[in-house]
Write a protein that binds this ligand. Structure first.
Ligand SMILES: Cc1cc2nc3c(=O)[nH]c(=O)nc-3n(C[C@H](O)[C@H](O)[C@H](O)COP(=O)(O)OP(=O)(O)OC[C@H]3O[C@@H](n4cnc5c(N)ncnc54)[C@H](O)[C@@H]3O)c2cc1C
Length: 455
């Protein structure tokens, strides 16, 4: 990086919070996806919004690419600085600025990791519900509109953010939204920024909606003879008006991988892993009886409810570990992660199609997903370098199927690098053109996370 730019950055934040050292650049050159790494020229760790503003002003004047960084846990290359430039790592802007417990809200800086935040909020009986498996930062979750196991009840990140402070490409600081849960005043800039993957602005503060920790809850397990039959039961459960707090589909292979964690010992079969919350023990019992009936009518071979706290925590720990276990089980192999989502009535068709395709193409890996909101993942591996094109062909076919079923190429991981090729097909030229105009308006010099979302 230009020595003069490094000196200016050092003047802004101090020498201990700017680095062009190879080790720091390597740490900020890749995420958890299979996309090729690319190193930034420098990394900066701001402490204040004013510092972020000064960094952006400089980058805008000098046309230097700027990439926000949370935990680097993305799965679609979202934070990889493909054109180099400056990575703005928010890990030291990680404070809870206010908790409005009476309103179920917290105001936080973007670098706080949601698991750490929830430990603190839990002391007041509150939590932030969206939960991607990895310990992501709030800024990264906002930028990717992350979701997770609890989205079926509480919504994605987008549904749980009320207001933002953001810094635009030219360094201007703006506030969007308010603390009111109802807002109807003009264009919704908060939700324009959420899911924009750092391509429109950097988030420096967020007002989050919180939920009370449930008093009565139960994990539920049901196994089925095939993935297709389990997916059909998902539709029955949601269609019956039951309100699961989590509803996850796991094929038999996914269960086998989970069992590699020595604390987990589940029967190896296509499984629905669910959780129900109740305002009282009685309402919880009523829901559990109903879900049992639906599962058994829907062909469940085995059903167990009323799983206690320790067992429930163990199961969810196992589910959240699944991604890591998969990667550990296939070191040095090529892999690909899919993230399609469809309307719930089309979920059984999507799951059956994808399960067949894995078999037809003889990939190793697992099929699983946040089934309650129509989201299906596959992680497939191959040790053969010659099969790289097949991995992409698999993704193309799964995405095409999801779009045919009125769904989307990405339910929660974002467009990043790998999904740009599907954007025209999903949105059409006119809508994509409008997105390009919005990008041009907010970031005329194209410095904000270039090479992402719109290419
Ligand atoms: C094992 C595993 C399981 C996962 N499971 C899920 C899951 O269930 N659901 C899910 O949604 N995701 C999941 N993910 C993906 C990942 O955790 C999410 O995408 C998460 O939102 C990324 O957050 P991060 O802090 O790591 O952000 P990063 O990866 O660091 O960055 C993500 C994006 O945000 C931008 N960014 C970062 N900070 C800011 C900021 N302050 N302002 C503007 N832009 C910023 C970056 O430039 C980048 O485009 C999983 C990942 C792993 C490794």
């Amino acid at each position: 990086m230009d020595i003069e730019v490094l000196a200016l950055l050092t003047n802004m934040v101090g020498a201990d919070r700017v680095s062009a050292a190879e080790a720091d650049r390597l740490l900020h050159g890749r995420d958890q996806s299979s996309h090729a790494p690319h190193l930034p020229d420098a990394v900066v760790w701001p402490h204040t919004t004013a510092e972020v503003s000064a960094i952006l002003k400089l980058a805008n004047e000098r046309r230097i690419p700027i990439v926000g960084w949370g935990a680097g846990s993305s799965l679609e290359g979202n934070p990889i600085p493909v054109q180099g430039g400056i990575v703005v790592d928010f890990q030291q802007m990680n404070r809870i600025l206010a908790v409005h417990a009476a309103d179920f809200q917290a105001v936080v800086q973007p670098g706080i990791f949601y698991k750490d935040m929830n430990k603190i909020l839990g002391q007041q009986g509150l939590f932030f519900a969206p939960d991607p498996g990895a310990n992501a930062s709030i800024g990264g979750m906002i930028a990717n509109n992350a979701a997770g196991t609890r989205t079926v009840k509480y919504g994605a990140t987008r549904d749980n953010v009320l207001a933002l402070e953001v810094v635009l490409a030219n360094g201007e600081i703006i506030r969007t939204g308010s603390r009111s849960v109802k807002q109807s005043a003009g264009y919704d800039l908060t939700h324009l920024i959420i899911g924009s993957e750092g391509t429109l602005a950097l988030v420096t503060e967020a007002t989050l909606k919180l939920a009370p920790l449930p008093e009565h809850f139960s994990a539920v397990l049901a196994t089925f003879e095939s993935t297709a039959v389990a997916a059909a039961a998902v539709y029955q459960i949601i269609g019956s008006g039951l309100g699961p707090a989590a509803l996850e589909l796991l094929d038999a292979a996914a269960v086998s991988y989970m069992n590699m964690d020595e604390s987990i010992n589940l029967p190896v079969a296509p499984t629905l892993l669910m959780e129900f919350h109740g305002a009282t023990a009685e309402t919880l019992q009523t829901e559990l009886r109903l879900v049992q009936e639906i599962c058994l009518d829907g062909g469940a071979a085995h059903f167990s409810a009323g799983v206690g706290r320790a067992e429930r925590d163990r199961l969810w720990h196992g589910r959240h570990q699944l991604g890591e276990i998969l990667f550990r089980a296939h070191p040095n192999e090529m892999y690909l992660i899919t993230d399609v989502a469809v309307p719930i009535s089309r979920y059984p068709e999507l799951a059956a199609y994808t399960a067949d395709l894995i078999n037809q193409m003889s990939f190793r890996g697992a099929l699983f997903g946040h089934a309650g909101d129509g989201n299906l993942h596959t992680v497939i591996f191959t040790p053969e370098a010659s099969r790289e094109r097949d991995l992409h062909r698999f993704n193309d076919q799964v995405v095409q199927k999801a779009l045919q079923l009125d769904g989307t190429c990405t339910g929660e991981h974002g467009v990043g690098i790998g999904k740009q090729k599907y954007m025209v097909h999903e949105h059409g030229e006119a809508a994509l053109g409008l997105m390009r105009q919005i990008k041009q308006l907010l970031d005329p010099h194209g410095i904000m996370n270039p090479g992402k979302v719109l290419g």
